[in-house]
Write a protein that binds this ligand. Sequence first.
Ligand code: FAD
Ligand code: UDP
Length: 394
Amino acid sequence: MVSGAFLRKRARGFDYLIVGAGFAGSVLAERLAATANKRILLIDRRSHIAGNAYDSYNDDGILVQRYGPHIFHTNSKQVVDYLGRFTAWRPYQHRVRAAVGDVMLPIPINRTTINGLFGLDLSEAETREFLQNRAEPVARIKTSEDVVISQVGRELYEAFFRGYTRKHWGLDPSQLDKSVAARIPVRTNDDDRYFSDTYQLMPRHGFTRLFENMLDHPNIKVMLNADYRDVIYEIAYDRMIYTGPVDEFFEFRYGKLPYRSLKFHNETIDREQFQPVATVNYPSEEVPYTRVTEHKHLTGQVHPKTTVTYEFPSAEGDPYYPVPRSDNAELYARYRKLADGEPDVEFVGRLATYRYYNMDQVVAQALATYARISGVRKRQMVKSPVCDPARAEV
Ligand code: FAD
Ligand code: UDP
């Protein structure tokens, strides 16, 4: 942790030291540099910008996302318009199949899933009735198990959710907040898109190019392969924006906040297409990975070979997922109090605010933070726990 004493104003240094060149840090760097004319030093300990959204061409010339599949989807026109300043878009609707037994069925569960799994030919109304008959009433929906059981019943829960969740999180769905499984809708029609958002797009030339354009400003200096703690005492700056793990900032004073990690295994195959859709989920606990993603579906790239990524969940490794459950929320609340006591540091992003946020929510949170610190908006706007940042105004 860097105490407030070191954050005093120094002559001719940077206005902001921003830790982390992912969406949170890069959006704030861009806004502060381009709109408020601030001088920014953006530091990342990785060898690249773009955080977990980083993509690059592999040895075979295929554009691959290094940290798993990232699909941009949002209901916020403001976020689309803002990011659209730095990229052209390619319309892309993400589709996922779940491998259940010998068949591949659409997930989210929809009419096709039900008919395929049970050998039926139900109409939309009959599918609704079918699911209503299987759904189990739950008095108070608290956990991810409650969410699924109360919508589709135990059999479908076990086929599609239980094993996947146990693998991915190392926890049973009954131990996870309802918000986790609630990310996945249940449908009775044939809509097999993974997301329901109004805007579903991919940056035409990839995420890294979007970040390069965003950070291309004379007021922004980027320093890579550098942990901010190793360089902080050599750099003059006024304020800090921190987007790394919040518990790490405070040197784990109250103990470690749990994060879930993944190991990625890439394979390039000498044929044009590997699987019919971008991602296939493997809910069975007998399969060690959770999903396989074929990158060319996401990017639209045409190439005689194809690269796929297997995701193996892991307790060790880079912190990718905050784990939504009440004891973790309580521990985070204690760190949040410490963060609130740091007047010269802003904590922004998925790891620094310990929230299971998508990219658009992080962008909206960063834009709302910018609005607040530049005086456009009051502090309360982003501090409210019920505020959905993806709905924030830019
Ligand atoms: P990050 O991207 O994690 O950036 C934080 C940066 O801070 C990192 O680059 C890190 O190296 C740096 N850092 C941390 N500590 C230090 C330090 N001490 N010194 C220097 N640098 C430091 N979202 C979607 O919208 N759609 C998707 O399809 C999607 N899929 C996902 C799939 C996976 C497997 C994962 C893990 C996430 C996915 N997300 C998706 C979520 C998305 O990745 C995040 O919402 C977003 O990238 C978070 O941005 P961020 O800036 O908060 O954090
Ligand atoms: N999930 C599941 N089976 C699936 C898809 C999702 O059980 O086929 C659950 C699982 O707990 C997962 C969560 O829903 O972690 C959210 O899924 P999402 O695809 O949004 O996860 P992410 O892309 O963030 O890893």
